[in-house]
Design a protein around this ligand. Structure first.
Ligand code: SF4
Ligand code: SF4
Length: 272
């Protein structure tokens, strides 16, 4: 049996995030706020998309707000933008559990394109520019779950339940893969991040276990099919499920940019 050490580490971080969000309820002063704006041990942090919406919506510009958003941007740039989705976002944890159930039931087999999340990001920004209303902050399941934990605001959870139902019955991981504007924002950032998943072509036996484990398998395909040495697509959540799944240890953490070698040939067309 393959020991899922990354899966355990990721689950621990996801649960820690929920504990941090709930910590003020226990009278602790480590973390205050929610995932849109918070203070961790006195350090102000801001969701960059929430900041962008406030800026485009014509609200007062505050330098400290910009700096807190830049701090978060810098952190996720280094780790790979959608690391937020794989390790921090409470919606990711909930949709992961729903996905396990969906697999057991054999329902919701459709797949929507990953690129939709860039369009939903554009839509959110256009709406905020046209109306001044920070649409995503009001309707985001991320905010809804954060507020449910922090303020026990339970009624809006019905929207999250509707998303989960759609994932179970219609298309798999539809929110995180294709609809979330914050995922779209971080995927643009992640395309330039130095921390990536590396691929050692000589070790790969093409068993496809990594593809089955990956929540966004399209990002792995260029490596498996064309021997690309790294996963470069911004939608890789750095969840490391592929590292846990690979029996041949052909996937690894890779720091820095590795260009595709010119003599790499397509194995599907009879290369090495
Ligand atoms: S390529 Fe690996 S790390 Fe990236 S999303 Fe897929 S399973 Fe997760
Ligand atoms: S799990 Fe490992 S050996 Fe199997 S296809 Fe993926 S990279 Fe290759």
């Amino acid at each position: 049996m393959n020991f899922k050490r990354w899966g355990i580490a990721r689950c621990a971080v996801q649960l820690l995030m929920i504990a941090l969000l709930a910590s003020p309820l226990a009278g602790l002063a480590i973390f205050t706020g929610n995932l849109a704006a918070a203070e961790l041990l006195g350090l102000p942090l801001a969701d960059p998309l929430a900041f962008l919406q406030a800026l485009l919506g014509g609200r007062v510009f505050v330098l400290s707000y910009l700096l807190s958003a830049l701090l978060v941007v810098g952190f996720y740039f280094l780790l790979g933008g959608r690391t937020f989705c794989g390790w921090v976002c409470p919606v990711g944890l909930v949709t992961e559990l729903a996905d396990r159930l969906r697999r057991k039931l054999g329902t919701g087999t459709q797949t929507l394109p990953l690129t939709l999340n860039r369009w939903s990001l554009a839509l959110v920004l256009l709406v905020v520019m046209a109306t001044g209303v920070p649409l995503f902050e009001l309707l985001s399941p991320i905010g809804i779950i954060s507020r449910a934990i922090v303020f026990a605001a339970l009624l809006p959870l019905l929207l999250v339940a509707a998303i989960l139902l759609m994932e179970l019955l219609v298309a798999r991981r539809v929110w995180c893969r294709s609809l979330c504007p914050l995922g779209g924002f971080y995927s643009l950032l992640a395309a330039f991040s130095p921390l990536r998943i590396g691929f050692v072509a000589d070790r790969c036996t093409h068993c496809n276990d990594c593809l089955k484990a990956c929540p966004v398998e399209e990002v792995l395909q260029p490596s498996l099919e064309l021997n690309h040495p790294q996963v470069v697509a911004g939608d890789c959540t750095r969840c490391m499920a592929c590292l846990d799944a690979c029996p041949a240890k052909a996937l690894k953490i890779s720091i820095g940019y590795q260009p595709v070698s010119r003599d790499v040939t397509d194995p599907l067309k009879g290369g090495r």
